[in-house]
Design a binder for this molecule. Structure first.
Ligand SMILES: N[C@@H](CCC(=O)N[C@@H](CS)C(=O)NCC(=O)O)C(=O)O
Length: 211
């Protein structure tokens, strides 16, 4: 990790929102890589002007690097962090193309269904359970199948795909916890529990004010 002087005055700044799954994946990679950064928790209804000046599209996470470069996509932040240091081999445990394909499936197809399942009142054309079934068919059954072959999505060890996707599966599970705890996705439920109860995950979910 020799590319930057990361003394406290010269650290990257991460604009983040604690529960946002994209921001969670960025924080997971930054912490795993051991990159120190200044965390700025953002109120999504009142985004700070300095963040919008750096990144007018107005989504979190945004990472401002010490050299002024701005990374405005969560996956770019993950890949930048892991290019600094990858002590757990998230980029090497599985082929990059395979990992990126799964992440793309998550971001393009699963995420819109997750939003519909979570907020069915905003999408009244179908019942909540239909969105849930579509999310199962589109992605969750595939992930579960993969986990029957190895302990993580692409290999026995966790990789970029696991860490980029787990915050979204966590959100899905939280919509109807009772249903999730009884559903057929046994391997996926086990995977979710293992990853979200890790020290790493708990550390990035700590409340910014320490409470
Ligand atoms: N493609 C972006 C998506 C980020 C995103 O949509 N973040 C949401 C929060 S989970 C956001 O900031 N939405 C803007 C808003 O709610 O105003 C990324 O990967 O970073």
């Amino acid at each position: 990790m020799a590319h930057y002087d990361l003394s406290p005055m010269n650290q990257p700044v991460l604009y983040s929102f604690r529960r946002c799954p994209y921001a969670i994946r960025a924080r997971l990679a930054l912490r795993c890589a051991g990159v120190p950064y200044e965390l700025r928790e953002v109120a999504l209804r009142n985004k700070p002007a300095d963040m919008l000046a750096l990144s007018p599209k107005g989504t979190v996470p945004v990472l401002r690097l010490p050299d002024g470069q701005v990374l405005e996509q969560s996956l770019d932040i993950m890949r930048w962090a892991l290019s600094q240091a990858d002590p757990q081999g998230w980029l090497t445990h599985a082929p990059l193309d395979e990992m990126l394909e799964l992440i793309d499936l998550n971001d393009r197809q699963f995420k819109p269904l997750l939003d519909r399942y979570k907020y069915p009142e905003r999408h009244p054309d179908q019942h909540r359970d239909c969105y849930r079934q579509q999310a199962m068919d589109t992605m969750l059954l595939t992930l579960n199948q993969r986990l029957l072959r190895h302990r993580h999505l692409c290999a026995s060890n966790p990789c970029l795909a696991d860490m980029a996707i787990v915050p979204f599966v966590r959100q899905f599970a939280q919509v109807d916890r009772e249903w999730w705890d009884a559903c057929e996705l046994l391997a996926l439920r086990h995977w979710l529990n293992a990853l979200t109860s890790s020290e790493l995950f708990e550390a990035v979910m700590a409340k910014p004010d320490g409470n």
